[in-house]
Structure formats: structure tokens, C-alpha cells
Design a protein around this ligand. Structure first.
Ligand code: NAD
Ligand code: LMR
Length: 337
């Protein structure tokens, strides 16, 4: 029996993600929560014939936590795409003011109701919302560092697609899966593409263009949608890739490989860990390759043999990430005096 819950299920990401989850045979119960229209979405999905139970929950008023608690009860995986998306001219950090409170409130109820669930945060700015989630769970004394993930998979999808485009389709994007990855964070220069030997086949100008396109790929969609939001369909696909992989780990004895933005505090965390001092002494969060089993993260591994260019990108990412992380931590605890 596996219960998966989507918080923000009626939104641009929430709906297609819920559809994909509806079609996953490992999930026996799908729980959809949103402040609007989640019952409609659940009813619609319930007409798709599968053996899964699907239920929608919405609060009766803005103080009602009972429906959220009911939606979360017994969850094995919770995915959070709740929150506002960007409009042209905005940075992801401009979403902080609204989304920080949304994520804190939802994660608080996760901590009270299903603290042992895998928690996957999509809401932006991920570089800050993940620290908010972690600090809120710590406050409740239920933080399990092996099970909290910021979803950066869309950056990985973009890298696979854009690199395949750059080499004129001579390698299919699917063959680049896990051969090339992004590490760091999820905004602009905090995103670091690691493309290994593929860089040798590219002109310098092609390589620079590729890095820029991966780092600022979100802007392309925001501009093209022209006020109607940001990436939703590609994001739902990305989140589904991550969650369906987690479901494999959860429902079998297999260890799976993924990349996600996680809290890097080894002495507290109890997972094995291979991250250079230059990274772990500088930032408490970083997106990195992970090995995950049913109990959560087993191993965090910094990619080996970075090129000097990739090292340089990591240094820039670290310098930019610090402020984003601190902003998230301070949102929960207030600034250190
Ligand atoms: P959207 O506005 O279409 O949907 C958001 C949904 O959240 C809405 O249905 C809204 O009712 C719901 N919501 C708001 N407050 C809520 C609450 N307190 N509880 C439950 N539900 C609530 O937005 P979207 O396009 O789906 O994007 C959602 C978020 O995902 C944004 O913050 C966006 O920036 C982010 N995003 C992240 C990535 C990533 O790579 N991590 C990619 C794309 C978008
Ligand atoms: C993305 O990378 O597409 C998302 O983070 C949404 C955005 O605001 O760009």
C-alpha cells in the first residue's frame, strides 16, 4: 500500500502531475489537496480506470487544517507544487514573500501528520523553500534528513534536451539521462551543468550558450507564456520522473539514483557522504547525485573529475546560494543576532 499526496494539486503543475501519478500502478491511494478545485480534479481523475483510490480535499475556510490533515494522513510521499509562479520580469526570489508562508504552513502539517513521508518540494524559490521546510520540521523535532528533497529535475531534463539539440541530435536526450547532470541550486547561476567529456565535442561558444540556456531555461518559458505562468508540463514530467523513481525505492529493495537539492549536514544526517570540504564547509544545501532506498538517502556523492570550468561554476553557485539559504532559515527562526 503506497499513498502519495499532492499539495497544490489543482494548479498548472499539480494537475498534470496528478494525472501521471494516477497512472502509476505502485500508488494505491492518491490524495489531492488544494485551496481550490481539488475535489473537481480528483473526481475527473477518478473516471480513469485504475485500481487506485483518488480523493480530493479542500479547506472549508482559511483557518481549516482538518482537510489538509486528512489528505496527509498515512502518506508515504508528499509532493508540494503549491504557490504562485513567476510572471515576466520577476526572479524566483520575488515569489518568496508569498510562497515562503505557503510552504511553511503546509510542511508544518506534514510534520504533525506524516513526518516519516518522503517530502518533495517544487514550490519556488527552491533554494529557500527547502531550508524553510527543514527548519520547520526541526522545530517540530521530526526532521528526517534522509527524506527531504528540493526538486531540481527540470534542470536535468533541460540539460539532456539542450545538449542533444546542441550536438544536432547525434545523441538522443534519453541516452544522456544520468550521464549529464546539474548540481548546485535551482535558479540562474546556482545551476551548474556537469557534462563530462561532452564538453570536448563543443565549441567554446556552444558550451557557453548551453550553460546559459540551462541556467536561464525557466525564463524562456515565463517569457513565452507572457504572464500565464511558468513551466508546468515539463515540470510535471520532471517531478514524475523523480517521484516514480522514489516509488521504485519505496516499494522494492532496490537502491535508486537521483539528483536533488538536500541538506548537507553529515554529522546529523546519518547517510554516507562524499563531498569536498570546499563545498560542505561553505553551504548547508546543494543539489547532488544521491543513492536512495526505502529508508531515504543512503549516499550523497559529489561528481568526480570536474573540469576547471565546472569548478569555477561551482564556486559561483556557492557564493549565490548562501544568501538564498540564509533567507529561508531566517524566515523560520528570525535572523541570528
Ligand atoms: P499555479 O498557480 O498554476 O498552481 C499553484 C497551485 O497552488 C494553485 O492551484 C493554488 O490554488 C495552490 N495553492 C496556493 N496556496 C496553497 C495552499 N496554501 N495550499 C494548497 N494549495 C495552494 O502554479 P504552478 O505553475 O503550478 O507553479 C507552482 C509552483 O512551482 C511555483 O512556485 C513555481 O515557481 C514552482 N515551479 C518550480 C519548478 C522547479 O523546478 N522546482 C518548476 C516550475 C515551477
Ligand atoms: C523553472 O525552472 O521553469 C521553474 O523554476 C519556474 C520558473 O520560475 O522559472
Amino acid at each position: 500500500m503506497v499513498k502519495a499526496t499532492v499539495l497544490g494539486a489543482a494548479g498548472g503543475i499539480g494537475q498534470p502531475l496528478s494525472l501521471l501519478l494516477r497512472l502509476n500502478p505502485i500508488i494505491t491511494e492518491l490524495s489531492l489537496y488544494d485551496i481550490v478545485n481539488s475535489v473537481g480534479v480528483a473526481t475527473d481523475l477518478s473516471h480513469i480506470p485504475t485500481s487506485q483510490k483518488v480523493t480530493g480535499y479542500s479547506p472549508s475556510d482559511k483557518n481549516d487544517q482538518t482537510q489538509l490533515a486528512e489528505a496527509l494522513k498515512g502518506s508515504d510521499i508528499v509532493v508540494i507544487p503549491a504557490g504562485i509562479p513567476r510572471k515576466p520580469g520577476m526572479t524566483r526570489d520575488d515569489l518568496f514573500k508569498i510562497n515562503a508562508s505557503i510552504v511553511k504552513g503546509l510542511v508544518n502539517q506534514v510534520g504533525l501528520t506524516c513526518p516519516n513521508a518522503f517530502l518533495c518540494i517544487i514550490s519556488n524559490p527552491v533554494n529557500s523553500t527547502v531550508p524553510i521546510a527543514v527548519e520547520q520540521l526541526k522545530k517540530l523535532k521530526v526532521y528526517n534528513p534522509k527524506k527531504v528533497f528540493g526538486i531540481t529535475t527540470l534542470d536535468n531534463l533541460r540539460l539532456e534536451q539542450f545538449l542533444s539539440d546542441t550536438v544536432a541530435g547525434s545523441i538522443a536526450p534519453k541516452d544522456l539521462f544520468s550521464d549529464v547532470i546539474t548540481i548546485g541550486g535551482h535558479s540562474g547561476e546556482t545551476i551548474v551543468p556537469i557534462i563530462n567529456s561532452w564538453a570536448k565535442g563543443l565549441l567554446d561558444t556552444e558550451y557557453e550558450k548551453l550553460i546559459h540556456r540551462v541556467q536561464f531555461g525557466g525564463d524562456e518559458v515565463v517569457q513565452a507564456k507572457n504572464g500565464a505562468g511558468s513551466a508546468t508540463l515539463s515540470m510535471a514530467t520532471a517531478a514524475y520522473r523523480f517521484v516514480s523513481n522514489l516509488l521504485q525505492a519505496l516499494s522494492t529493495n532496490n537502491t535508486i539514483k537521483e539528483v536533488a537539492f538536500i541538506n548537507l549536514v553529515p554529522s546529523l544526517n546519518g547517510y554516507d557522504y562524499n563531498v569536498p570540504n570546499g563545498v560542505k564547509d561553505e553551504v548547508e544545501y546543494f543539489s547532488l547525485p544521491l543513492k536512495i532506498d526505502r529508508d531515504g538517502i543512503k549516499l550523497v556523492e559529489f561528481p568526480p573529475n570536474l573540469s576547471p570550468k565546472e569548478e569555477e561554476l561551482v564556486t559561483i553557485a556557492i557564493s549565490k546560494l548562501k544568501a538564498d539559504i540564509t533567507k529561508g532559515v531566517n524566515f523560520v527562526h528570525g535572523p541570528k543576532l
